[in-house]
Write a protein that binds this ligand. Structure first.
Ligand SMILES: C[S@@+](CC[C@H](N)C(=O)[O-])C[C@H]1O[C@@H](n2cnc3c(N)ncnc32)[C@H](O)[C@@H]1O
Length: 236
């Protein structure tokens, strides 16, 4: 479970916990979409907490630790890309990414019903053009519905080798998998490269993003689906 998600343990949600206003950094990142981003933050702090998708203690740090941290991905996603956010949970990182980058076509993939309901509510509330698909990334029905895309994003879904296995069917040859990771997972990446390459990925590397965002700065692992696997077979 990510820091974003947490049972509210039946504890009453304290309505006095103020949702912070968007910072200057948020205004810069989201531009004209900053009001939508603020509505999304309010939904996370309200319904998201009530439905157990966000731990109540996360409310004061929703902007930095979750929303801006997710939007930091914007600097590594190619223009006009078709993006699938796998294991989106309450919409992270997909929703902030697509608000910061309206040129992207976004699909949110999530297997759990109550999270899918919340995602559909977010799409309706924000009047956004995003698709929500219920299911697991590796399921045939999901692969058929979502089709091969240019970029798969994920945050706190699974260790990288497992994530690659789940996402293979969604990644067109040459497409990128971009995972938001913590410092410890980033440090483990060099050791995982042989395994990830054997699974058909290349150019595996880490990159710091959102450096100008201060507390919201983070690290991403990027990798590209090879056109052929290391054995020389066509990646299919
Ligand atoms: C720890 S949560 C992270 C949610 C969100 N990405 C975030 O950072 O707040 C992991 C999410 O991955 C979803 N998930 C688990 N296995 C999955 C799979 N095979 N395909 C797609 N999503 C999956 C879970 O239902 C859950 O919502």
């Amino acid at each position: 479970m990510t820091g974003a998600e947490g049972q509210s343990d039946g504890a009453p949600v304290d309505p006095s916990v103020a949702v912070p206003e968007p910072s200057a950094a948020a205004v810069a990142v989201f531009g004209p979409a900053v009001d939508q981003a603020a509505r999304y933050v309010a939904m996370l702090a309200g319904d998201g907490v009530v439905r157990g998708l966000i731990g109540p203690r996360e409310v004061p740090r929703l902007w930095d630790r979750h929303v801006l941290n997710s939007a930091a991905l914007a600097e590594v996603v190619p223009q006009g890309a078709r993006v699938v956010d796998v294991g989106s949970g309450a919409g992270l990182p997909g929703v902030p990414l697509a608000l910061a980058r309206p040129d992207l076509t976004l699909t949110l993939v999530e297997p759990m019903a109550r999270r899918v309901e919340f995602l559909q509510d977010v799409v309706t509330e924000l009047g956004a053009p995003w698709r929500v698909v219920r299911g697991r990334a590796e399921e045939r029905s999901v692969v058929r519905a979502v089709g091969p895309v240019d970029v798969v994003t994920a945050r706190a879904v699974a260790p990288l080798p497992r994530l690659v296995g789940w996402c293979r069917g969604l990644l067109a040859p040459g497409a990128q998998l971009i995972a938001l990771v913590g410092a410890r997972a980033a440090a483990e990446v060099p050791d995982l490269v042989p395994e990830l390459e054997a699974a058909g990925m290349r150019d595996v590397h880490t990159r710091a993003v959102g450096v100008e965002l201060g507390a919201a700065a983070t690290t991403v692992v990027l990798m590209t689906r090879a056109h052929t696997s290391r054995s020389g077979r066509s990646a299919g």
